[in-house]
Every structure is written in structure tokens, then in C-alpha cells.
Design a protein around this ligand. Structure first.
Ligand SMILES: Nc1nc2c(ncn2[C@@H]2O[C@H](COP(=O)(O)OP(=O)(O)OP(=O)(O)O)[C@@H](O)[C@H]2O)c(=O)[nH]1
Ligand SMILES: [Mg+2]
Length: 317
């Protein structure tokens, strides 16, 4: 693929050019100065598009739910986008197949945009590239933008924290994962979807989840709970209406915007700082040379760290 001017690319995205959009997402995944220029050109402090994080344990039915949500939003004249994040994958190849299969019926629809992203050792981490990808889809006119990610660990919480709303998907038979569920329930989830209601064990699951809601810290919104089954269609209308209510008026998006901009700023600063420090380290020592020096007892990583800080303009302590 030939190099393309990020300013030109931003123009293509804004005009809704789908190939331009796909290229823009690749630029975002690769990171670096081109991604910064692109994101700067596309930046919108108050986007009209909303993003929805969709998380939960492996196989909970996140992609199946994404599929029915896409169909629902399409029927309302909206143009939904999906970013399926696979943190375990070093590249996006593996993720594409499964998720595309699940959402296959929408794959050729110009009013639906589905993209899988793996972590490629992006310097700002997966949260950063995911946030940027969601912004690119929003700038391209897609709304809402779903961000699907596996699990409810710390890393995934970070990934979904870039979304306006988060949906936690749980299923019967999680057994010993109750602790994990509690962490997820307390930290994320504007909406908790109890999927696979056609399976045994739904009552126990609901009891555990409702009990966990008591641990939600004061001042934080208590998530709503919906029971459904993608397999039978039961409860899906309820899910759609609850989620659409949250998306339209049920959430104070103004209040979260300042926090989001602050997070974005810190993320970008940390990313640039890391890049700058690594360049300094490479230029002034060479990383392997520095390792040799530490092993030879000539210096320590801490002393090198301070020298790097001094070189970058900060007075050494
Ligand atoms: N019985 C039953 N099976 C379901 C339901 N929803 C999804 N499944 C099935 O569960 C399996 C996993 O569904 P996915 O949608 O791929 O789940 P996922 O959470 O996206 O999975 P990962 O992305 O791999 O973590 C598939 O075989 C689905 O057909 C449901 O409501 N009931
Ligand atoms: Mg999936």
C-alpha cells in the first residue's frame, strides 16, 4: 500500500470514503507521527456519534449481540460501526475471521463498518489505538460505534473506558469467576446483559449479579440489568430500548466529556514522552550498550533514567 498524506486521508474519512476509512484505521494501528496528524485533523471535542464498549468473558455472545444490535440500529436508519479488539492477538488476522463470520451478513453493507484490531505493541497501548479508531469511525459518519473486547480484566477495562457507555455481557455457568464478575460489575457496565437465557443457571446468575450491585461505590451509577438470549430472541427488544435510552438521554455525556478529554491528553502526552525518552536512550547509549554497561556494573538503570531526564531538559535530582 503506497504512503498517503494523512491530511488528504482525513478529508476522505470526513467525506465517508470507505477505502479512505480503512486506510485511516491502518495508519492509527501503526501509530507514529502520521497517526497524530490524522487524528489532529479529525478531532472533534463534542462528537455527535456515541461509542459503546461491549465486554465480557470469552464466548459470552458479544459478537452475536453486536450482530443483532447492528441489525436493530440499521432498521432505525443509523449507520453503526464495530471495532472488535483482540488483545491476545499480535496481529488482527485471527480476530477478523471469527468476528466477520458472526457479523457476516453485514460485511458488504456500506452503512455498517466492521474492523478487527489486534495489539501490535502500539506504544500507547491498545486503549489509545482503540480510542483513535472509534474517533475515525465517528468522523466517517458511523454512529453508534461498538467496541467489542474480551474479558473484564484491567486492560480491558482500560479499553472500554474510552467508550461513552459500557455494556458488560455475562452468561450462566461462569462458576468461580464470580470475583472477576464483581470487579467488572463495580468498575464498568452502564448496562449488564445476562445473555444465553435459554441455558440453565440464569436464576443463579441473576442472583449473584444483583447482589454484586450492592458493591457499586456510592456516587457511581448503578448499572441496569437485562436478561436475553440471542439464540431465541427473548429479551432483545428490552435490551434495544434500554441501550437506546442510555444513548439518547439517559446519560450525562457532557459531564463525562471533560474527563475524557483529560484522559486523552494524558494518554497522548505519555505516548509522546515514552517515544521521546526511548529515542534519547537509543541515541545517547544504544539500548543493548546500556544493558552491557548495567551488567558490567558501570551504572544502573536508575542512573541512566536520570541522565535521560537531564538530557531531555529536566534538571537531575
Ligand atoms: N445458547 C446460546 N448460545 C449463544 C447465545 N448467544 C451466542 N451464543 C453462541 O455462543 C457462541 C459464542 O458467541 P460469540 O458471539 O462469538 O461470543 P463472543 O463473546 O463474541 O466470543 P469471543 O469474541 O470469542 O470472546 C457462539 O456459538 C454463539 O452462537 C445465546 O443467547 N444462547
Ligand atoms: Mg467475539
Amino acid at each position: 500500500m503506497s504512503a498517503i498524506d494523512p491530511v488528504h486521508l482525513a478529508g476522505l474519512v470526513r467525506r465517508g470514503d470507505l477505502r479512505g476509512l480503512a486506510r485511516a484505521l491502518t495508519v492509527v494501528e501503526n501509530g507514529g507521527p502520521e497517526a497524530s496528524v490524522l487524528m489532529h485533523k479529525l478531532y472533534d471535542p463534542s462528537p455527535a456519534s456515541r461509542s459503546v464498549g461491549l465486554t465480557g468473558p470469552p464466548g459470552a455472545g458479544k459478537s452475536s449481540l453486536a450482530d443483532v444490535l447492528i441489525a436493530h440500529w440499521k432498521s432505525r436508519g443509523r449507520r453503526p460501526g464495530v471495532i472488535a479488539v483482540d488483545p491476545s492477538s499480535p496481529f488482527s488476522g485471527g480476530a477478523i475471521l471469527g468476528d466477520r463470520l458472526r457479523m457476516q451478513r453485514h460485511a458488504c453493507d456500506p452503512d455498517v463498518f466492521i474492523r478487527s484490531m489486534g495489539s501490535r505493541g502500539h506504544i500507547g497501548g491498545l486503549a489509545s489505538s482503540t480510542a483513535q479508531a472509534a474517533e475515525v469511525l465517528a468522523a466517517g459518519g458511523f454512529d453508534p460505534v461498538l467496541i467489542e473486547t474480551v474479558g473484564v480484566g484491567q486492560g480491558e477495562i482500560e479499553v472500554v473506558s474510552v467508550a461513552d457507555l459500557t455494556v458488560l455481557v455475562l452468561v450462566p455457568g461462569l462458576g468461580d469467576d464470580v470475583q472477576m464478575m464483581k470487579a467488572g460489575i463495580m468498575e464498568i457496565g452502564d448496562l449488564i446483559v445476562l445473555n444465553k437465557a435459554d441455558r440453565p443457571g440464569m436464576d443463579q446468575l441473576e442472583t449473584v449479579v444483583r447482589a454484586s450491585l450492592e458493591f457499586v461505590r456510592e456516587g457511581r451509577p448503578v448499572p441496569q440489568v437485562v436478561k436475553c438470549s440471542v439464540a431465541t430472541g427473548e429479551g432483545l427488544e428490552d435490551l434495544f430500548s434500554k441501550l437506546d435510552d442510555l444513548l439518547s438521554s439517559g446519560r450525562d455525556f457532557e459531564a463525562v466529556r471533560r474527563g475524557r478529554v483529560r484522559e486523552n491528553l494524558l494518554r497522548v502526552a505519555a505516548e509522546q514522552g515514552t517515544r521521546f525518552a526511548l529515542e534519547l536512550l537509543e541515541r545517547s547509549y544504544g539500548i543493548e550498550k546500556a544493558v552491557d554497561m548495567v551488567l558490567a556494573g558501570e551504572t544502573t538503570p536508575y542512573e541512566i533514567g536520570e541522565r535521560i531526564a537531564a538530557l531531555s531538559g529536566r534538571a537531575p535530582v
